[in-house]
Structures are given as C-alpha cells and as structure tokens.
Design a protein around this ligand. Structure first.
Ligand code: GDP
Length: 298
C-alpha cells in the first residue's frame, strides 16, 4: 500500500547522500519533497504540516553527531517523527482485572468488523484465551450468519439471537452475552456491532447504547484504509458519537494510497492497535508504529 511513498522518500534521501553538510536550503528542499510525497500518499494536510515543521526545525538544529552522516541524520529525524505520528509506542489490549474483558467493535459497514472479530478471536485463542464472539449486528440480513461462520472458522464460541424467534434488540443481545460469558467462563467477549454505509445518527445511537449496556474495556474503531480522507472524517464522527480507545486499520493489502489512515492516530489522539492485511483470518497483526515507519522508509 505504501510503495509509492516508499519510492518517493527513498529518492529524496538518495539526493542527500554524499553531502558533507546540509545547508538550510538543502533542508528546505528536502522538506518540500517529503511534503509532496506525503500529500501524494494522501496523508492528512494538517498532519503533514505539523510533521514537516517538526522535521525542518529538528534538522536545522541538529548537531552533527560523529556516527551519522547528514543524510542518515535526516532519515533518523524523519523516522522518529513518523513513529510519533503513528502513535509512538505499540499499544496492546488492556484486559479487565475481573473477566470477562469486553471488546466492542464499531465502524462503517464493509469496514471489515466481522472479519476482524474472527481474526482477533483466533489471535486471542492462540494465546490461551477463551473468547466469545457476539453478533450484535442485527441490521444486515447476513451479518449473524457471517459471524457464526467466522467464529467456527476461528474455532471459537459465538452467541447470537436465534433466527426467527423475534429477538431483534442488539443492545439486549450484547447485554445477555456478558452473563453467558460469565457462566461459560469466556474470559474475553468480542461484540460485533452494526455498521451503515455512511455515518448516521441512528447507527451512532445504537453503538452508544451498546457501549453503555456492556461497559467495554476497549472500544475499537475499525476502518478500511482504502477509503482515503473519509477514514479520517469517519474516525472523527465515531470519536464524537461513540468514543473509542483504539483503531484497527483494515485492507492494508489494498493498492489505494492509504496515507489518510496513517493520520488517524494523530487526528483522533487514539492509537492504531491492530492492522489487517487480507481476507484470511491469519492476515492480522498488532500494529507497531516503529515497524510501520521502518517499512515506509524502506
Ligand atoms: P463489516 O461489514 O464491517 O462487518 O465488514 P466485513 O467483515 O463483512 O468485511 C467486508 C469485506 O471486506 C469482506 O468481503 C471481507 O472479506 C473483506 N475484508 C475484511 N478485511 C479485509 C482485509 O484486511 N483485506 C482485504 N483485502 N479484504 C478484507
């Protein structure tokens, strides 16, 4: 997803190689090229401005250390600032002191929530947890069935209203699932919620009601990295309407520019915690800001 950005930055840094010292004009020219590369990758404009200002200031003020040549020094600064934009430290899940730990997923329809529920459950099961997947997406006709299929593929338990018995209240389903987890000794509950194609008030209210009913330890906002600046706008809407603790980026295997999604941590002040890069349950990992920065810098 970040191939073009990677190539552009590599070309920029190549231009600095061999220079004995960097003048302010060299730094300004480099900053301009990095700015264009980031904007072309669709990184949010406000984030780019802040990033470039920080890089420029630090590069101009940098004392040449013996170990690094000027171009290496600029790369080091860019790397550190990139890690910072991406959220700094890796942020892992917080588990409740008293189980079950409740994780709620929110986001637009098609963001990859249900798939992510399966991925997260499998990943947790591999670490010895006993997750329960809960279908609180009763909006989409196939959502419940899709969740049960995903749960079975992940080899974990699921809870959903039985089709046709009139149970249609996602808030009640989510609430009931906590009692079921306690009785059946599931130490983690993952609640999948409904998404709409666009942000709407009813969707926000339902997600907020589910949140109030289950008091989650973590609310994860799941967002498709392919949707460009809408990723940032949607994140802001969910931050305001529901509130979330962390972000999951999906579809990082896509060929869209993806830079907008990388701006989410900075724009919302919430860390990117996981990343999905494919349709298979194994295509999932903890998000490490430092590794992503290294990948982008090649
Ligand atoms: P939901 O509506 O938010 O629950 O989204 P789904 O989990 O149903 O996913 C929507 C579509 O995106 C499905 O076809 C998934 O297979 C696909 N999908 C989910 N995550 C990824 C991913 O990381 N990469 C790719 N390429 N496809 C994904």
């Amino acid at each position: 997803m970040f191939d073009t950005l990677q190539d552009r930055l590599a070309a920029t840094f190549k231009g600095l190689r061999g220079k004995g010292r960097l003048t302010d004009a060299d730094i300004d020219a480099t900053a301009r090229e990095i700015r264009i590369a980031l904007l072309e990758a669709d990184v949010n404009l406000a984030v780019v401005k802040e990033f470039i200002a920080a890089v420029r200031e630090r590069a101009k003020g940098a004392e040449l250390s013996g170990a690094l040549n000027p171009s290496q020094q600029v790369i080091k600064i860019v790397n550190e600032e990139l890690v910072d934009i991406l959220g700094g430290q890796t942020r892992t899940l917080r588990f409740a002191k008293r189980p079950p730990t409740v994780i709620m997923l929110a986001g637009l329809q098609g963001a990859g929530k249900t798939t992510l529920a399966g991925k997260l459950a499998k990943w947790l099961a591999e670490q010895g947890h006993t997750p329960l997947l809960v279908a609180a997406d009763l909006q989409r006709p196939n959502a419940v069935q899709q969740l049960t299929v995903v749960a079975e593929r992940a080899g974990v338990a699921w809870y959903a209203p039985q089709p046709g018995n009139g149970v249609g209240d996602p808030v009640a389903v989510a609430r009931e699932s906590i009692g079921i987890a306690e009785t059946k000794q599931h130490d983690v509950v993952i609640v999948d919620t409904a998404g709409r194609l666009g942000v709407d008030a009813e969707l926000m209210q339902q997600a907020a009601d589910i949140k109030a009913a289950v008091n989650p330890d973590e609310v994860l906002f799941v967002v498709d990295a392919m949707i460009g600046q809408d990723a940032v706008n949607t994140a802001n809407a969910f931050a305001e309407g529901v509130g979330f603790d962390g972000v999951v980026l999906t579809k990082l295997d896509g060929d869209a520019r993806g830079g907008a999604a990388l701006s989410i941590a900075r724009v919302t002040g919430r860390p990117i915690m996981f990343a999905s890069n494919g349709e298979k349950l194994a295509d999932f990992d903890v998000f490490h800001p430092d590794r992503m920065a290294s990948r982008i810098l090649g």
